[in-house]
Design a protein around this ligand. Structure first.
Ligand SMILES: Nc1ncnc2c1ncn2[C@@H]1O[C@H](COP(=O)(O)OP(=O)(O)OP(=O)(O)O)[C@@H](O)[C@H]1O
Ligand SMILES: [Mg+2]
Length: 273
């Protein structure tokens, strides 16, 4: 029998139980777009196998934070450490090669290309066509809209369907870290549920997920870990539950006193979102 050391435990084995091992660490990260920094000394960990949800008001710097992960936003001070290695000099492509894949906030499919072509583009850094085909077939099985609309132009899909195709595209690289920026934005409640279910399923199947979610309460409910960002600073970090149940955070960001149950039928979305 194989010895039960951590080397023999794939990160696909016990997905819902996040290990304490960080896959990604933010260490005192300051970042911006060339002018004054937008992020200020941001420090927190994204545990391997966990689902970490970042919440905060509009303009707090959530997308900027994710930009530092994919490498499109420059870190001025501090560093990001992925699997124990600094990312500072890694280009966006090198980060993809290391398994960091992002689905951006705005829709990003090529509308004139088919769904299949868009999904396969997710594997553009892979040369082995057999792997690309096999992955595509696997993903088309798990995200049915891909198989159903494979030959249709991506632009003919609804917003929610496009979102699911974007998820499919990001899975083509078999990512170690899936970074999702507001995946439920602009979706009707039914489609939003499907999107959340898909996010949960990514996590349950062992992916480490870093999620920014406008629907803070729903995002934190899915999450093993939560981070509240305000004015580019970490206001609170803890387990998803701790953040969800923090009364101050609840009053500020979650539309009321948290811990108190929502009245039946009350929307999950906080006021103003
Ligand atoms: N490309 C850019 N160039 C310059 N400033 C930017 C750029 N993108 C964002 N900003 C600024 O950075 C700040 C944080 O923006 P960011 O998009 O990260 O916030 P957010 O928390 O994702 O907001 P939202 O909830 O609206 O998506 C804002 O003040 C914004 O104006
Ligand atoms: Mg944003």
């Amino acid at each position: 029998m194989a010895p039960q050391t951590s080397d023999h435990v794939s990160d696909r084995v016990a997905p819902a139980l996040a290990s304490t091992q960080p896959l990604l660490e933010f260490r005192g990260v300051c970042a911006g777009y060339g002018g004054a920094d937008i992020l200020h000394e941001v420090s927190f960990e994204v545990p391997e196998g966990g689902l970490t949800c970042v919440v905060g008001p509009n303009g707090a710097g959530k997308s900027t934070l994710l930009g530092t992960v994919s490498g499109v936003v420059r870190t001025t001070v501090g560093e990001l450490v992925f699997r124990g290695e600094r990312l500072k000099k890694a280009t966006p492509r090198e980060r993809l090669e290391r398994g960091i894949v992002q689905v951006p906030q705005n829709h990003s499919l090529f509308r004139e290309m088919t769904v299949r072509e868009n999904v396969e583009l997710g594997a553009f850094i892979l040369k082995d066509r057999t792997i690309v085909r096999e992955r595509y077939e696997q993903i088309a099985e798990t995200i049915p809209i891909v198989a159903e609309r494979a030959k249709d132009k991506a632009g003919s899909l609804s917003g929610g369907q496009q979102r699911l195709v974007e998820f499919a595209r990001c899975l083509m690289l078999d990512p170690a870290l899936v970074v999702l920026d507001e995946p439920s934005m602009g979706l009707d409640p039914h489609t939003r549920k499907i999107v959340f279910k898909t996010v949960r399923s990514l996590h349950r199947h062992g992916r480490t997920v870093l999620l920014v979610e406008q629907n803070a309460r729903a995002g934190l409910r899915l999450a093993t870990h939560g981070v509240v960002l305000e004015n580019g600073r970490v206001r609170l970090a803890g387990s998803g539950r701790e953040v969800l149940e923090n009364p101050e955070i609840g009053a500020l960001f979650l539309g009321g006193v948290v811990g108190a149950s929502r009245p039946a039928g009350a929307p999950e979305t906080p006021p103003g979102r």
